[in-house]
Design a protein. Structure first.
Lengths: 401, 261
């Protein structure tokens, strides 16, 4: 079977539906609605039209020659999901799920968010479709991504700062699931990544796979060949699966996911789930996760709120187990250097999440040599990260040494 | 030792039904949680439900979250759960079920967990995030050890799913009273009555209602139609405020709801 044909609820030993019974009816309803929508040309046409006239699809590719000079001479080509409306790939998935919400007939959506990109995208879709919207965001993340909190509120969403546990993305998911259990009759959960219970890993992947479908054709047109390697950052893994998917059965194309190495994957402070974790059950699916001996989830650490998650989507765990994709850690420091390097060499400010993929591409280029062509998913833009970057690089007046 | 099923059946013959009390292990300490659990039984709780603190308790409301988070900060380990079961069953004859999210069992090893729970004198597991569809390993372990397996049923569950849940469950079926997470509510949802009736139609011998029950009057109301009433957050709040003694006092009050009217 072609790897691209894999679907839920299981990807090898991973995936499934480890949820309270109270959610099963809602997940079944969503699965059924999605299965019907998949077969309905009108759904695909409506989604494609939103992509064209609202998101700005197809997103372009941009070659980055001055950046690539630092990558051993390899060619580096960026897939520009940062140019999408709302500033990241998250809008692709949200528009699909918002259309499904309308089909199911529920008036309210909820979502979790880490960096705020998925929260902003969901709040945007809610404004566009006239849905009530509540976004759960860890209190730590509301502080480091204050701009996105303001954007969501301006869009009319209620933003709930989650104060439990590590007060980051995993706890935001817990509270969103609690909301869903309580309000399931009126509410659809617009999940932001390829993790969670079935049908989310498959459905979110399907809404994101357009990234790789476009990029594969664009690469063939630009270079006349498929890329040597495809690089993407991996938190939950939606932008990575989105760009990997079209290449899964192109066996000569290496697929590399770059996880958040935080202060170093050899330290306790990282979010390198596949690199350092082991299989377990979290947030409704069996997948790799960071956990202690007792199965208690370990708090992850990353300078990037969007990658600061101790789990990962089950399809990634499966691809790692198969050896079809590789997963490596990139430290906070390497990501921040890559962020500044792309900004200075190409005039493109990436999100800190995407900067992990850029740092990975620099490393890959040096390994693969000057004949390599590396496609990088530039999954989001860095506007939201200006405060973090300014603090990190000492860019505010009065801070410079 | 008497099984959960036997205790619930007996309490339905001699009283209005069974009172099931929940407390988390290790809150505020392991010793105090054992004392509180024993106090519940001494004051009329028929079956104990001991919760294992877990980092990501998606079915729990703020009271239980706060208690279990404190237990984790105090260094709770999964092995403490077996220790608590052992100490409680040495001092009381009430059956003790463990309530646990699924990942700790997976990581401990499903068979190893079942063996140690049985060796400690435990009656079985209540699994809030394990549905029978994903429970093949657990069903096999319970067939081998004789442990009970309590699955949850919800007002939104289809008839087909209720039938599957009833068939998979042993001990009782946990009927979630309302759509929501744990925590006291002023009105136990009318949906509970309908759900229990549907569970009986699906062949359930014992359906016990949990989530939102905090008073003797609610216990009495639930026992009009269900075989058992489960109280959690209210007891945890009592432990937080006044330790084992306060939990015992509340249990005695709640147990009045089990007396024939």
């Amino acid at each position: 079977m072609a790897l691209r044909d894999a679907h839920g609820p299981y990807f090898g030993d991973f995936g499934g539906r480890f949820v309270p019974e109270s959610l099963v009816a809602a997940l079944d309803e969503l699965s059924d609605a999605y299965e019907l929508a998949k077969l309905d040309p009108a759904f695909h046409e409506e989604l494609a039209e939103l992509g064209r006239s609202y998101t700005g699809r197809p997103s372009i590719i941009t070659e980055a020659p001055r950046f690539a000079e630092h990558a051993g001479g390899a060619r580096i080509i960026l897939k520009r999901e940062d140019l999408n409306h709302t500033g990241s790939h998250k809008i692709n998935n949200v528009l699909g799920q918002a259309l499904l919400t309308k089909r199911i007939g529920k008036p309210r959506v909820i979502a979790e968010t880490g960096a705020g990109q998925h929260g902003v995208a969901t709040a945007t879709a809610a404004a566009l479709f006239g849905l009530d919207c509540t976004i759960y965001m860890g209190e730590v993340d509301t502080e480091r991504q204050a701009l996105n909190v303001a954007r969501m509120r301006l869009l009319g969403a209620e933003v709930v700062a989650v104060k439990t546990g590590s007060r980051t993305l995993k706890d935001a998911i817990n509270d969103a699931m609690r909301d869903w259990v309580t309000n399931v009759e009126t509410t659809n959960y617009v999940f932001g990544t390829v993790a969670g219970p079935h049908p989310f890993p498959e459905m979110v992947r399907d809404f994101q796979k357009i990234i790789g479908e476009e990029a594969r054709a664009q690469m063939l047109e630009l270079t006349g060949a498929l890329p040597t390697a495809v690089a993407a950052c991996v938190g939950g893994g939606s932008n990575a699966i989105g760009i990997f998917h079209a290449f899964l059965d192109d066996v000569d194309v290496r697929l590399i996911g770059f996880e958040a190495g935080g202060e170093g994957a050899e330290t306790p402070r990282h979010a390198a789930t596949i690199t350092k974790g082991r299989p377990g059950v979290l947030h409704g699916a069996r997948s790799y996760l960071l956990q202690d001996e007792d199965g208690q989830t370990i708090e992850s650490h990353s300078i990037s709120a969007g990658l600061d998650y101790p789990g990962v989507g089950p399809e990634h765990s499966w691809l790692a187990a198969l050896g079809r994709a590789e997963y490596r850690p990139v430290t906070d420091a390497a990501a921040m250097q890559a962020l500044r390097l792309l900004t200075r060499t190409e005039g493109i400010i990436p999100a800190i999440e995407s900067a992990h993929a850029l740092a990975g591409a620099l490393e890959l280029g040096r390994e693969l040599g000057p004949d390599a062509v590396i496609l990088v998913n530039l999954s989001g833009r860095g506007d939201k990260d200006m405060d973090t970057a300014a603090e990190y690089f000492g860019l505010y007046d009065g801070e410079q040494a | 030792m008497r099984t959960v099923g036997e205790v619930i059946a007996r309490r339905n013959r001699e009283a209005g039904g069974a009172l099931i009390g929940y407390l988390p292990v290790g809150f505020p300490t392991l010793d105090e949680s054992v004392e509180a659990a024993v106090a519940l039984v001494e004051n009329g709780v028929d079956v104990l439900e001991l919760g294992l603190p877990y980092s990501d308790p998606v079915m729990d409301g703020p009271v239980i979250q706060a208690a279990t988070q404190q237990a984790l900060q105090n260094g709770f380990r999964i092995a403490d759960g077996f220790e608590a079961v052992r100490r409680i069953t040495e001092r009381t004859d009430a059956p003790v079920l463990i309530m646990t999210y699924w990942n700790p069992v997976v990581q401990y090893g499903v068979d190893r967990f079942a063996d140690e729970l049985a060796a400690a004198g435990g009656a079985g597991l209540i699994t809030p995030d394990l549905i029978p569809d994903e429970g093949a390993d657990w069903l096999a372990a319970t067939e081998r050890t004789g442990l009970d397996r309590v699955f949850l049923a919800a007002p939104t569950s289809t008839d087909a799913r209720l039938a599957k849940t009833v068939e998979a469950s042993r001990g009782f079926v946990y009927a979630v009273s309302t759509m929501g997470i744990t925590g006291a509510r002023s009105d136990v949802d009318r949906a509970a009555r309908t759900l229990v009736s549907r569970l009986h139609d699906a062949g359930a011998e014992a359906a016990c209602v949990g989530v939102g029950i905090s008073t003797a009057a609610q216990v009495a109301e639930v026992l009009e139609y269900a075989e058992g009433a489960i109280v959690g957050s209210a007891l945890v709040a009592a432990v937080a405020e006044g330790g084992a003694e306060a939990a015992g006092r509340l249990a005695a009050e709640l147990a009045r709801g089990t007396r024939p009217q």
